[in-house]
Design a protein around this ligand. Sequence first.
Ligand SMILES: Cc1cc2nc3c(=O)[nH]c(=O)nc-3n(C[C@H](O)[C@H](O)[C@H](O)COP(=O)(O)OP(=O)(O)OC[C@H]3O[C@@H](n4cnc5c(N)ncnc54)[C@H](O)[C@@H]3O)c2cc1C
Length: 416
Amino acid sequence: MSARPISFEHYWWRVAAPEPAAPAALAQHYDVAIVGSGYTGLRAAIELLRAGRSVVVLEREDPGFGASRRNAGYLGRGLKKAFPKLREKYGATYARAAYAEAGEAFRSTLEFIEKEGIDCRLQRCGRYIAASSAQHYEELAGEMEVMKREFGYEFSLVPRSRQREEFASDAYHGGAVLTALGSLHPGLYHKGLLALVLRLGGAVSGRTEVTGIESGKDSVSLSTGRGSIRAGEAIIATNGYTPPGFAWHARRLIPFTAYMAATEPLPDERFASLIPAGRTVLDTNFNIDFFRPAPDSNRILFGGATGSGLSDNRAIAARLKRILASILPSSAMSHSTMSGPANAPAPSTICRIWDEAIGSGTRLATISAGWRWAAISVPGSRAGSWIPPKGNRFSSSTRFRPCRSIAASRGSCRWP
Ligand SMILES: Cc1cc2nc3c(=O)[nH]c(=O)nc-3n(C[C@H](O)[C@H](O)[C@H](O)COP(=O)(O)OP(=O)(O)OC[C@H]3O[C@@H](n4cnc5c(N)ncnc54)[C@H](O)[C@@H]3O)c2cc1C
């Protein structure tokens, strides 16, 4: 039987496509202007609106265009660099603070979604980390022990002989289960955030590219395709899409590409047998491969080729197909096709830029979301603890002092 043609529509966009949004008219002045309408920008907007500030969110495309409606929906509390490696490189105090921040972000994101009642298929499904080699399995076991000792995080090891209880692949050497971690539908989560911002009275202006920002004595002036806007402060939340024109911010981000695809719908029995416990799965490679059951269909969503820089849809699809065939051999999924490879850059630093921006007393702050939900939500929501007094500028002295820098990592890493 010949394979069906590949659809390049993003999987999540089938129910959560980017949404045109434009207020009838933009005001001349806002307390805060936010550039970028992903999770980061919207979470910041929510906190600021609730504190009584007027807020405009300016988005170059339709809101939801960015990584926030394209990602895999893994909800975790780890960092790209494993705790022992981070400790080795930066010392125990720093590593503990960074991981504590990540843990808090994870907890508060769950709490936020539940409290706000955002219907985004949130599940505490747990995660299976599959070891790519026997050595990785040993390292993973050691790392999990340290995490349990330091933070009380529970885990269980799965030897290679029992791997199929978690993941129907023989490509890995066993792994570890972290039952506390979760997943969600990223498109619906973003949709919920956007609705909340609008409900709270925020102005969201799609198709409004910010082309320049000038910081004056008492306010910031933003040049946009819809004219010039003044604001008390500006928050730049443009992720890996940060244009080179925002030189200070762009220099501090490390954009890279990542892709996701979906199999065709699978018969019930086969779908249930591939990831029997219904967890999210990722491996221990630096450029991870990942697999998860879709929350709303019998498809497996999977990705990889992170950082390959491919931009041609067909080349991306071919690469992802090869990954799928090597991990879940085509004999198991003979009619699978890719549906909707995503290509969106994401930064690999967290908190750092936010912190630097404040520390340097700059009037612009970039919030950088990391390779995990946790990071996304904390800097966004921390804007709330950084709220400028009405009519005044943000102060550079702030209670918020997150980790200074999570360097782009090499070697052993966990994601996200
Ligand atoms: C394939 C893939 C899988 C991923 N999987 C996970 C995962 O499972 N778990 C996890 O935690 N993270 C994951 N991530 C990362 C996560 O998606 C991002 O870290 C997060 O969405 C970033 O949110 P954000 O609000 O900072 O940026 P975005 O959602 O990317 O929003 C930035 C917005 O800024 C806009 N913009 C840029 N320049 C301008 C301008 N000049 N004027 C106006 N607007 C502008 C862009 O158009 C864009 O909409 C994944 C990413 C990808 C691509």
